[in-house]
Design a protein around this ligand. Structure first.
Ligand SMILES: Cc1cc2nc3c(=O)[nH]c(=O)nc-3n(C[C@H](O)[C@H](O)[C@H](O)COP(=O)(O)OP(=O)(O)OC[C@H]3O[C@@H](n4cnc5c(N)ncnc54)[C@H](O)[C@@H]3O)c2cc1C
Length: 593
């Protein structure tokens, strides 16, 4: 794999100790905290810092006074060409492309920060830029040959060519492997591409599509192709009329007997699914960064509203139920930010296995901003509901974040199953029985139990994997929560695998609980690391960061206790039964008449 994006020199202060072969999240399932990959909290490299201060200022200057224009774009559902041209001139399409190809060569961390800034003004702007960089042309960066890069990257960097990512079809949404778009190999080595993709971001403005199609044969594998919009047989539908991110272009893209030369295969033929997943994993911090920017904007709006608005002769900011919302938005934003930039650091440092962490950061950040937009609108109340205020647009715009780039349901299942699969697959003595928990029955999990017992005995003092990083004493109690529940996660994994074996893949309620514990642990450890760093560097807001870490630790503990207890004591069967009955009837069956 080409590593233009994933390996950067002179990264962060944590780089020297980073164990690039290890996944922090997957190791939590073994009861282990890979602290080399968590402490100290990574910092933006100097070059990015300088670029960022210029870019964020430029973005604020450009978008800051465009409130009315952006609202009009939302109304008509389109960004005018002059507006996109201005984005090009700001270099926003070449953020992560190397300088040799005319880009700005930002790290993934800096790129996510740029999207954070654009999102604080307008989500559709972020999406136009993000769909281009995070997924549209990411395949060329990650898998492109030198020739493909030389041919396409310069015009992608300038924005002369905008890119889109074409995976989804009417029958292939979450089940991306069900793609029916077909690429038939021709005698001259080229492919004939036929089929239709739906809901493609930038579909109507792109000059280059990364397309996933099934190659010949009944069990033909997916292959990724670079397809130019100008080629004969390529067309797109009208802009979809959407609930949110309305100004961002979303269209169908159709291919009718499109001849794709062999040199436009992206990566290896038959390896398209891997290419698609690698692109999506690598691009997730863009979405997370955008969500954080949106939350920061919401917190600013909500605090101003809470201080300005008086009821019962007092600013509503004095009321506990308003203050609670402000505090929770802040905890959520800090936590999402800590996780997103930790994951960006993994990507920038060339870590080989960060897909679970990337999924966690996406799920947490997208859930968090939806909570925040709901609560900020609630603080503004009647005003919040009116179109002349920004809350309703932000609420509409953020709704998509838990739907695309992998729904949060699918990603939760992915988080749980990836971690559990590794536990099953890597234990000595079990490997032959559980090489792949998705395909073969699991036998003899007593060995797993013995493994767990040994691990608990070997671990220090109270039987937890203790974080040895010397952290500020004020954070020790928070650290203990994550130490303790990491062990609990591994015990729960062990018990679930022993009970269900291969059948764990059908236990979605349990998978969700395991995923949510993992999310709390990974995000919590990122929060802890960041608060520790802020204390060490005597940041002037460090005390508030400690407060956030303490709050997150307590809230996460309560959630984890609930989820872990729910594994044994739950109403899953009743829920399933009721859903079954209502699904059978196809409606709510009672009335009061
Ligand atoms: C505005 C917008 C922009 C988009 N941009 C792009 C783009 O640029 N490129 C691209 O390729 N695609 C794009 N998409 C498509 C997007 O990625 C898909 O909508 C998404 O993957 C979900 O697929 P689906 O909508 O068909 O939902 P479905 O897969 O039909 O899922 C419906 C519901 O069922 C749940 N579900 C499905 N399977 C399971 C399961 N096994 N277990 C539990 N729950 C399950 C889902 O979580 C969801 O809640 C875009 C979509 C939208 C709306």
């Amino acid at each position: 794999m080409n590593t233009e994006v994933t390996q950067k020199p002179e990264q962060t202060e944590a780089k020297d100790t980073l164990r690039t072969e290890l996944s922090v999240a997957k190791n939590l399932f073994f009861g282990e905290i890979v602290e080399e990959n968590l402490f100290p909290y990574p910092q933006m490299r100097e070059r990015d810092r300088e670029m960022l201060s210029m870019m964020t200022d430029a973005i604020d200057r450009f978008l800051g006074d465009k409130g009315e224009e952006l609202a009009e774009m939302d109304r008509v559902g389109e960004q005018p060409e002059e507006f996109i041209q201005a984005l090009r001139e700001m270099g926003l399409f070449g953020l992560i492309i190397g300088e040799t190809h005319g880009g700005l060569d930002l790290s993934n961390a800096a790129y996510a920060r740029v999207l954070s800034q654009t999102s604080s003004h307008d989500s559709s702007v972020s999406l136009t830029i993000g769909a281009h960089s995070s997924i549209g042309m990411k395949g060329v960066l990650l898998f492109g040959t030198d020739e493909q890069k030389a041919r396409y990257l310069p015009s992608l960097a300038s924005g002369e060519t905008i890119a889109a990512f074409c995976l989804t079809e009417s029958g292939a949404g979450s089940d991306a492997a069900a793609v029916r778009c077909k690429a038939s190999l021709q005698e001259d080595g080229s492919y004939l591409l036929n089929g239709e993709k739906i809901w493609i971001t930038n579909g109507g403005i792109a000059g280059l599509y990364t397309v996933f199609a099934r190659t010949d044969g009944p069990d033909g594998k997916l292959t990724a192709f670079i397809v130019e919009a100008g080629w004969e047989g390529v067309s797109h539908g009208p802009h979809e009329d959407k609930m949110g991110i309305r100004a961002s272009s979303t269209t169908t893209v159709a291919f009718s007997d499109v001849r794709v030369p062999a040199e436009n295969v992206l990566g290896k033929a038959g390896k398209g699914f891997k290419v698609a997943m690698a692109i999506l994993n690598n691009g997730r911090t863009g979405l997370g960064g955008g969500a954080v920017g949106g939350m920061k904007a919401l917190i600013k709006l909500a605090t101003a509203q809470a201080k300005d608005r008086k009821q019962f002769d007092r600013p509503i900011a004095e009321f506990g139920l308003v203050r609670e919302k402000i505090a929770q938005m802040t905890v959520d934003c800090f936590a999402a930010e800590s996780a997103v930039w930790m994951v960006a650091h993994y990507i920038d440092s060339g870590c080989s296995d960060y897909s679970v962490e990337a999924a966690i950061s996406k799920v947490f950040a997208s859930d968090a901003i939806q909570r925040a937009s709901h609560e900020a609108l609630q603080i503004a109340a009647g005003n919040g509901f009116m179109k002349e205020f920004p809350y309703e647009k932000i609420t509409r715009d953020t709704r998509i974040l838990s739907i695309f780039e992998g729904t949060n349901e699918i990603l939760r299942l992915y988080i749980a199953l990836s971690g559990m699969k590794d536990v099953g697959a890597t234990l000595a003595g079990l490997k032959s029985a559980v090489g792949d928990i998705f395909n073969s029955p699991i036998k003899g999990f007593g060995v797993l139990s013995a493994y767990a017992e040994r691990r608990f005995r070997d671990s220090t003092g109270i039987g937890t994997d203790r974080i040895e990083h010397e952290m500020d004493p004020r954070l020790r109690a928070v650290a203990q929560v994550f130490e303790r529940y990491t062990v609990q996660l591994s015990k729960a994994t062990d018990a679930l695998l022993r009970k269900h074996g291969k059948g764990i893949t059908e236990q979605q309620f349990q998978q969700k609980r395991i995923a949510d514990v993992t999310i709390d642990l990974f995000v919590g450890l990122c929060v802890l690391s960041r608060a520790d760093h802020l204390l060490r560097t005597e940041d002037k807001e460090a005390e508030s960061a400690v407060l956030i870490a303490e709050l997150f630790g307590k809230q996460a503990r309560r959630r984890m206790v609930g989820n872990l207890r729910g594994i044994r004591h739950n109403e899953d069967a009743m829920i399933d039964q009721l859903a079954g009955r209502i699904l059978e009837r196809g409606k709510y069956v009672w009335d009061v008449i």
